[in-house]
Design a protein around this ligand. Structure first.
Ligand code: PLP
Length: 381
């Protein structure tokens, strides 16, 4: 028999797997499942980006690239970051196959056995797994009592952050809540990070998808340039989940260290995908606006429908998720909703917050309507 390492055996398989397995089983039985569990936009990748990818292939951009990514893309990223107020030259950027790989590399570079990482709950599922794989320990701050906002929880955050804290992960707009943290809240994070000499990851993958708010990049706050690693990617804003393209930008010493992991593992992101990424950054304003407008309408639709059934949710300001308050045993609620109403959602406990289910509204209005109706008909609302 094989013996497996602690770094993997201490990680649980994703709690969402049970739900998707059950959904697939139902679909194989011929049932129509309304899938509100997915974490990806339901739009095609903008056509000009697809063309740019094909053109790059035709032009022979099919070999290895510089490990950190082709210079033209890093230049385009550097310009994009500058628009957000962040100053990172091309030597401070690594292009990765997806933001997930970026986060993995940063955590591997910074977290050793026993190092403490602070998460704001509910938090995206993979942060916990990445920290555990690195041998780190978790300290978690629950935002669910405060409509998922950070300002009212700053005292709790203060209690969680200490000189033992190595890393804090902030994700605004948030998956799974859709919350966008206020400047005041981010300043609170800054004060604690500076006081306790903590590095902060700012996962800004949903930054382009917001409704009437402009999220501040944490790294722009005074005192944060040297201790912030900004992560972003192409999956959500440009509907490019399968292309696998993301990046991180931070202090050069981190880039050098993480770059070793990057070059000895993935080597680089895919060559022609990187060329398509340039087009995505430079020529998709209209496509992104259209997608965001569609998400905004769906958000309003779902919030209204839920309200009509007497369910109040914290109205998301960004991303395309919301947290539905459900039964205490959210896992059982989600399994029941899937079995009885054939609606797939993700249990809040997967994100560290039991008592909720995450709904993704990256689905057509008709499917959203159908899903909510079914949940109501089967007494799940
Ligand atoms: N960060 C957050 C908060 C996410 O929700 C996701 C995807 O679900 C990612 C990072 C990773 O995205 P990707 O690896 O597709 O760029």
């Amino acid at each position: 028999t094989m013996e497996f390492t602690d770094r993997l055996t201490r990680v649980e398989p994703s709690a969402t797997l049970a739900i998707s397995a059950l959904a697939t089983e139902l679909e194989n039985d011929g049932e129509d499942v309304v899938d509100l569990s997915v974490g990806e936009p339901d739009f095609p990748t903008p056509e000009n980006v697809v063309e740019a990818g094909k053109d790059a292939m035709d032009a022979g951009h099919t070999g290895y690239t510089t490990s950190a990514g082709i210079l033209e893309l890093r230049e385009a990223i550097s310009e994009k970051l500058a628009e957000d107020g962040l100053d990172h030259g091309t030597d401070e950027i690594i292009v990765t196959p997806g933001a997930k790989q970026a986060l993995y590399e940063i955590v591997q570079a910074l977290i050793a056995e026993g190092d403490e990482v602070v998460l704001l709950d509910p938090a995206w599922v993979s942060y916990e797994a990445m920290v555990k794989m690195a041998g780190g320990s978790l300290s978690r701050v629950d935002l669910s009592e405060h409509e998922f906002q950070l300002d009212p929880a700053l005292e709790d955050l203060e209690a969680a952050v200490s000189d033992d804290t190595e890393l804090l992960i902030v994700n605004s707009p948030s998956n799974p809540t859709g919350a966008v943290y206020s400047d005041e809240a981010l300043k609170g994070v800054r004060d604690l990070a500076v006081e306790h000499d903590v590095t902060v990851i700012s996962d800004e993958i949903y930054k382009e998808i917001t409704y009437g708010v402009e999220p501040t990049s944490l790294g722009t706050l005074e005192g944060m340039a040297d201790r912030t690693v900004t992560v972003n990617g192409f999956s959500k804003a440009y509907s490019m989940t399968g292309w696998r393209l993301g990046y991180f930008a931070g202090p050069e010493e981190l880039i050098d260290q993480a770059g070793k992991l990057h070059s000895h593992s993935v080597s680089s992101a895919v060559n022609f995908v990187q060329h398509a990424g340039i087009e995505a950054l430079e020529n998709t304003d209209e496509a992104v606006d259209d997608m965001v407008a569609a998400f905004a309408e769906r958000r309003d639709l779902v919030v209204d429908l839920l309200e009509g059934h007497g369910v109040d949710v914290a109205v998301p300001k960004g991303a395309f998720y919301m947290m539905l308050p459900v039964a205490e045993d959210d896992q059982a609620w989600c399994e029941g909703a899937l079995e009885d109403a054939h609606v797939a959602t993700v249990p809040g406990s997967a994100f560290g917050t039991p008592g909720y289910a995450r709904i993704s509204y990256a689905a057509s209005e008709q499917r959203l309507q159908e899903g909510i109706e079914r949940l109501a008909d089967e007494d799940y609302l």
